[in-house]
Structures are given as structure tokens and as C-alpha cells.
Design a protein around this ligand. Sequence first.
Ligand code: Y43
Ligand code: MG
Length: 204
Amino acid sequence: MTEIVIATKNAGKVREFAALFEKRGIEVKSLLDFPDVPDVEETGSTFAENAKIKAEAAADRLRRPVIADDSGLAVDALGGRPGVYSARYAGEEKNDARNIAKLLSELEGVPMEKRTARFHCALAVAIPGRPTAVVEATCDGYITEAPRGEGGFGYDPVFYVPERGKTMAELAPDEKNVISHRAKALAKLEEQWDDIIGEKGESE
Ligand SMILES: O=c1nc[nH]c2c1ncn2[C@H]1C[C@H](O)[C@@H](COP(=O)(O)OP(=O)(O)OP(=O)(O)O)O1
Ligand SMILES: [Mg+2]
């Protein structure tokens, strides 16, 4: 395989997948390259369900194998919110700056040791005629009291990675791509790849 479609319109995700797949000699296309593929509603109650919905809708439409990413942030002090609503936390128009502002205001007064959180990433592989496979991974950290750093996307400026002493947005792209929920999920997918595309097309 020399090319894979990622069923996303999120430019930040596209950039990360492009770098992650480049190492593997695979070129990444996204729904930004296929503007005729309609948006699907993310009606699932889990990251895995939403990834499956997005992957299957795009694979059906394009008649080719597709990977979708559903991801988000779960904050312990907020009972796991924003969770699957991370993108739309501060409104339907999906604005990273407003999402961050809302998150920081909800966490006002919460001390650092209680600001634990994790990023989740579910990756679904939909191949026409086969059962869809899903893998998941997480990345643990803390929510800072103010944004720091210019890299990444989404909640990266307020997600502190204790092992690195930096926010995700302060890490170089190739550093984020070693430790992130997305990189870890992709590594799991790679481990299972032969089973996923193989004879039975099933993964466990
Ligand atoms: O590495 C990350 N660093 C920071 N923030 C992140 C990350 N990964 C996901 N996130 C946040 C962004 C968005 O608020 C939500 C994803 O929502 P999610 O529905 O999966 O993506 P999306 O709507 O932006 O694009 P699409 O559905 O077309 O793939 O979680
Ligand atoms: Mg989305």
C-alpha cells in the first residue's frame, strides 16, 4: 500500500498522520482531498463508535480502505468531560481557543494535583466488504492554568506532559508523534495490521 485515506477534515490530525505514515513510506490523503464526501454526524457515545461511524461512511462512499480518528480529552475533575464532545465543547463551530477558555474556566480553583486528564484516540479501519477494526490508546497528563506553546492543535497548549516537563504544544512535532495517544494507537494498529487486512479481516 502506498497511499491511505484518513477520514478527517481536521488539518492538525492530517499533519500528524502525514508525518507518522511518511516514516512508513505511505502517503496520506484526507477528506480535504475528497470534498464531495459528506460530513457524518458523530452520534456515538464512545470514541470507538464515532471512529467506526466516520470510517465506514467514508469507505462506503469512496469504495476503498479508510482510517478514521476519533479523539478527545477526558478531565478527571470534570467527570471525564469534555470526552466525545471535545471538538464541540464551546459550541458547534469547533473553535480551539474557545474550547480552551471554557476548559480553563471550568477548572478555575482546582489545584494542580487534581487537574489530571488524558487524551484518547480511537482509530477505526474500514475496508469495503470486511468487518471494521478499532484500536484505542491514551496519553496521560495535567491541564495547565494557562496555555503555553505554539505547536500541535486543539487542547495541546493546556495539556502538560509530566515526563517531558512541557505542554504538548511546546513539544516538537516529532516528539509529540512519539508519545501521543494518536501515535500509540497507530503503533497498535500496525501490530494488528496483518490480521486486519488478512484473510479473515478480524482483529481482537
Ligand atoms: O492530539 C491532540 N491534541 C490536542 N487536542 C486534540 C488532540 N486530539 C484530539 N484533540 C481534540 C481536538 C478536538 O477538540 C477533539 C477531536 O474531535 P474529533 O471529532 O475527533 O475531530 P474533529 O471533529 O476535529 O475532526 P474529524 O472528526 O473530521 O476527524 O479532541
Ligand atoms: Mg469530529
